[in-house]
Structure formats: structure tokens, C-alpha cells
Design a protein around this ligand. Sequence first.
Ligand code: DOR
Ligand code: ZN
Length: 349
Amino acid sequence: MQTDTLTLRQPDDWHTHLRDGEMLRAVVGHTARQFARAIVMPNLRPPITTIAAARAYRERIQAAAGDSGFTPLMTAYLTDDIDADEIARGLEQGVFTACKLYPANATTNAEHGVTAIAKIHRVLARMQAIGMPLLVHGEVTDPDVDIFDREAVFIERVLNPLLRDFPALKVVLEHITTDDAVQFVAAAADNVAATITPHHLAISRNALFEGGLRPHLYCLPVLKRERHRLSLRHAATSGNPKFFLGTDTAPHARVGKESACGCAGIFNAPFALESYATVFEQENALPRLEGFASEYGARFYGLPLNTGKVRLRRTAQVVPERIAADSDDLVPFHAGQTLGWRFDGLVED
Ligand code: DOR
Ligand code: ZN
């Protein structure tokens, strides 16, 4: 029997880019409408490396989100010379929830990232001791490594040794894109988990080149071949609590995407839950959506589960080609497509 509505505990987004200024004001409502909490990436210019900067950014996010009840969870951007005491104090004061590791130059605004893991050993030891999660952009930056292999090579060269040195460190391998990552995380101890985006579940690298070059589907880590997508779909819908929701919504103005050197990032916040629900339904796994979207992430982070409920309705809805933002506009994920579900909002008791 087909269900026409789906009621879930309100989900959280364990990986978002909310930007700042006008762009923040344009995008935050899309995340705050669907999610109770979101882990906010610190890759601003300049990056968020201090408690004061994170507090101020959190206030700007809350002001932009209005009275939606949305809670931004802040992260610290690890640099070679980040101060371990500042990070530990930030956790203690309830400002930082986690730290983000960008290998230097791996992606957007990652130029201040870490150049060698040895440089942050002291910080990682401290994080392990205080139970603070490390969120990892898992790609090597060596230009000699093929871009489609950068995640698998990162696991072998960087993550494996890191976990050997810090076996109890809580690690989230963010936005995984390969079967190699799925296998690695599934086999690792319980302190290692992964987030999975809507786009890596919905499309493979073929979509990037369908009928021409599709800049709005370009993100990092780049989409991979079909067999990897199938493995991610299996992991996300399996009910294994190591795999949970993180959209990696990453808005860039249309001019920045439609360019001779386009920015990496897919803006998927407006229809994120609808996109995930479509995948879970196709995999005959709708009953497992709630664990993936609303429970496993919070449990991994040691945070309480949300008590509110949201509803999705089985209704065709056409995703707009553009969404106005800033002085330009944004092209959302699934632009022009028809989705079979619609997010109806919070359910009143
Ligand atoms: O596609 C991406 N966009 N990947 C990242 O890692 C960063 C993000 C961004 O900030 O635009
Ligand atoms: Zn990201």
C-alpha cells in the first residue's frame, strides 16, 4: 500500500554552508524550514578560527533565521597553527560543536587549511581527550592524483594513519562519494561515521556531462561513477547508524557557477528532504528515512533527539529553475524537475 503522507521526527542537517551577509539572509530560511539544527561549515573569508568569530557568526545566522526555532551548531576551521586551548574552551562554552579539517586548497576557501596532519597532532590529541568530533573533507590535494581517486587515496594515506594515532577520536567523513569510503566507514569502530548528500545519492558523474557541461552539478568531492552511487544508496538506506544526513548545501550565485572557472557547490537546501525521500522510496526503504535523517546523527554527536515532527506529502511539485538571492540568483538542485514529495512543515500536536 502506498502511504500518502510521511511523518518524521524533525531532522537535522549535519553539514551545511550558510555563507554570510546578503547570501546568508537569502539561504538560511531554506535550511531552517526543514531542519531543527545544522552543523555550519566555517569556510568563510576569513575562516572561523576563534570563539569570538563563531559567536558573532552564530548571532548573524540566528538574526537571519528569525523566530524559526533553528539552532546553528558552529564549527572551528583547523589551520596549521590553530590554538588547541581556544578550541577546547569553545567546546566547553557551548560555542563549538566540532572542528573541520580541510586539507589546504582542497576546496572553496580551503587555502588556510591544514598542510600536513603532523602540524595538528597536538590539537587532535586534545580533541580525542575531550570527545570533540573531527569533521573531515576527505580528499588529497596532490595534483598527480586523479580527481576521481582523491577520496580513496585520502583514506589510505591520511585517514588510516590518523585513526591509528588517534583510535578514539570521533571522526565524521563528510559527504562521502565512493564505495571505498562506504566500506572504510562500515568496517571502522563506532567512533567513525559519515554523512551522505542528496546529490551523491541521486546522480552519478554522467549527469555532469548530460547534453553539455552542467556547472550547477559541479561540487567537491566531484560526482563519481554509477557503482559508487549505488553503494552510497545502499549504505544510506541500510539502517546502519554510521551513515546519516548531511546535505552539503553550498550556494554560489549563478554568475559564479556559470563561468569559465565555475565554483564548486550544489544548492540543495530548498528541496533536501524531498530529494532524500525520493531515494529512500526508490530503494523501498521509506521506513528507514527517519533514522538516517533524524536520529543517527544526533546520537553520534551525543545530542538529544528533536521532539517536533514534520510531514512530507506525496504530491508532484516542480522545482523552480531559479531562486532569487543576493543581487543575483541561485539554481537549486533538481531545477526544472518534478519531485514526488512535498515538505509540509512542522506537524502541530
Ligand atoms: O562543493 C563544495 N562546495 N564542496 C566543498 O567542500 C565546499 C563547498 C563550498 O563551500 O562551496
Ligand atoms: Zn561542505
